[in-house]
Design a protein around this ligand. Structure first.
Ligand SMILES: Nc1ncnc2c1ncn2[C@@H]1O[C@H](COP(=O)(O)OP(=O)(O)O)[C@@H](O)[C@H]1O
Ligand SMILES: [Mg+2]
Length: 299
């Protein structure tokens, strides 16, 4: 197979039907999963994931809750090891690394955890300084300058002394974002960065993700189920479903997919099995009301 060019990723060149993984061959991916399998119980969470992430791009991984998106991200930083398969970051095999080697890897990967996950007992400044204390020998003055710099970037330059609980949800996410990039990582992993935010605050986060990627050349992986966010930031979209990649392509290819699961996800529609179950339950309820009293029953 000839390697795809920028304009003709594999999904478009006819070798792989749209709706399947592109099989796109990347010469020098920033991160890669090869045939990754992971289970915590009898049911597999990841059932053979193959993905290579292009340097400098924003790759958005979409998928319903509980489908293994966070588990996938944790493989890249070695927080979770695969049962089978290989994981690479910047050409290095992560899944076989010892803890000391992983520390060096994590220094080069920013991780914005689901819900931000700030330390509540630390000030905003201390939260952002935390990776610097862990991973660098910067003195307090240098640290303060680094912290100030990234908090200025996210528009919270005057919030260093505040406690996280004094901030709005959107501001807390911005602090988490600042903390994720304070070490100038090559790759940033964003786990549901906009979930729970109103659309305006969510868009501030989208703009920051874009600005970091486009102005600083940071490679980014954004896990989300927020289609508006995906449409705004993605260079490439991937749908994870039941532990597998079922669609992978440029946003316009993704949106044009004829895969029913992809379309339901894009449009936020319940699937046939769920709809049938709801109809059945409400038919029973109207035939034999228990939840809502019927008007005639009151008389
Ligand atoms: N450390 C763990 N131990 C056991 N089960 C886990 C662990 N992490 C995740 N899971 C399970 O794996 C599945 C996928 O989880 P997750 O990746 O968090 O989903 P999501 O796509 O919502 O991020 C869920 O069923 C979750 O309960
Ligand atoms: Mg998750």
């Amino acid at each position: 197979m000839t390697p795809p060019t920028e304009d003709s990723p594999a999904a478009m060149n006819g070798t792989t039907p749209l709706g399947d993984p592109t099989g796109e061959v990347l010469a020098d991916p920033i991160a890669e999963l090869r045939d990754v399998h992971k289970a915590f119980g009898p049911e597999p969470v990841l059932g053979g994931v193959n993905l290579a992430f292009q340097r400098g791009e924003i790759t958005v991984i979409l998928g319903p809750s509980g489908t293994g998106k966070s588990v996938l991200l944790k493989h890249i930083v070695g927080l979770i090891k695969p049962d089978h398969g290989e994981v690479y970051f910047d050409g290095e095999r992560v899944d076989r690394m010892r803890e000391a080697e992983l520390v060096a890897i994590r220094k080069r990967i920013g991780y914005m955890f689901q819900l931000g996950a700030l330390f509540d007992s630390m000030t905003v400044g201390q939260n952002v300084a935390f990776p610097l204390i862990e991973h660098t020998d910067q003195d307090p003055a240098q640290r303060r300058a680094s912290v100030q710099h990234v908090l200025d970037l996210v528009g919270l330059g005057d919030m260093l002394e505040k406690m996280p609980t004094e901030l709005s949800g959107g501001q807390q996410r911005r602090v988490a974002l600042a903390r994720a990039v304070v070490l100038h990582p090559a790759l940033v992993l964003y786990d549901e960065p906009t979930t729970g935010l109103d659309p305006v605050r969510a868009d501030v986060i989208n703009e920051l993700i874009l600005a970091l990627a486009k102005t600083m050349g940071v490679s980014s992986i954004v896990v989300t189920h927020d289609m508006a966010s995906a449409n705004k930031v993605a260079d490439r979209m991937i749908l994870l479903h039941e532990g597998r990649v079922i669609c992978d392509g440029r946003p316009e290819q993704f949106r044009a997919s004829d895969n029913a699961v992809v379309q339901r996800f894009i449009h936020g529609e319940a699937d046939e099995a769920d709809l049938a179950a709801i109809r059945r339950a409400f038919r029973n309820e109207s035939a034999n009301p228990t939840l809502f009293e019927q008007p005639e029953a009151r008389a």
